[in-house]
Design a protein around this ligand. Sequence first.
Ligand SMILES: [Zn+2]
Length: 436
Amino acid sequence: MSPAVPAAAQPAPAGRPAPDPHPVPHPSDARTILDRCDELAAVSSTHHGITRVYLSPEHARVNALAAGWMTAAGMTTWQDAAGNQRGRYEAAEPGAPAILLGSHLDTVPDAGRYDGILGVLLAIAVVERLHRAGTRLPVAVEVAAFGDEEGTRFGTALLGSRALAGTWDDAWWQLVDEAGTTLRDAFTAFGLDPAAVGDAAPPRGSVVGYLEAHIEQGPYLLEADRALAVVSSIAGARRFELTMTGVAGHAGGVPFHRRHDALAGASEVVLAVERLARDADCVATVGRLEAFPGGVNVIPGLVEFSLDLRGEHDDRRDEVWAAVREAAAEVGERRGLAFAAHETHSAPAVVASPALRDVVRDGIAATGDTDPMVLFSKAGHDAMAVAELTDWAMLFVRCGNGGISHHPDEIVTLADVAVALDAFEASVRALAERSR
Ligand SMILES: [Zn+2]
């Protein structure tokens, strides 16, 4: 618990109203957050599971729910020019710059109920506490509930947060969803004006920093028996289409010493990818692999496979890629195969701002964990986009169930949400003091 937030709900002396010089943590705050997660989970385009995509009727419904909670927390609210739900809790001096808090309300198909959503609700709950105590900070607190982070509908991620960051790309207007609807038409159908999308970005200098709370989406906190972590960076992925070319032949007729089996060679590369990435503390995945011509009685003459490679630092990640290429060349030489690679995606790691990292670390320390765990995020987050606008840092909250995410079994505990709220509030207060 934060030193700024002492004395949880002590009963007032009989006959006198309780003094309220500080925000008083409400014992049911975390319960309210989890109840709201359940309420949002009921807003889905599918009967089973949760699926909620950008610019859909479900998007409009969760925006309305979030707007109601923001209003109850003393915020003025608006839906911005990209369909993000926004709210502002005014500073002591009206019109002052703002701390921006946020995360996303859209989901992957058949999602869990906390990815993104928990961060939005923690942000609103922090403001609710300020409002309940009648506290005005030297800076305003704004909350952004992003409409698109996952990219489920249009295949391009972070559309909501990129609009807010002012990095919208007009090429995206031609993106189409599965039904053939363009992003431009979806904007119009949602009641938005494509020509005004630039208005989603706040004026430069009006935001002092961005803080995002998010479930970890991995098992590291669980394994370390910790509730919270500071995020050091968000790993940038490199993705490749790989091919191994050999010679197809008769599965009975060609003896081993005359074979150039593309699948046997590709399999060696897959195992090398795993070994090299693990040794360098990076993560790498071959998620798709197809052998041609694909007959049960034909030696594979060609294999196409994918590689997704991520690391805390780009140089480490790039060293792994160089080592993979070397290993594949060695396999090719030994087996008489040709290896080729085509890069399809490359994003740099986005490193959290040191000053804001300290703010989040201090916020966690205020809850009693004086030496917080530091993790790099292997998944992308809205903070990557907002990093183009302002300094940023993130707070990770432990996932249960082995850290599973993007899955209906995603869970968090009431106790972890309670401590996350205390830490997030302490972080916001600390950042407000620094921004005075
Ligand atoms: Zn997320």
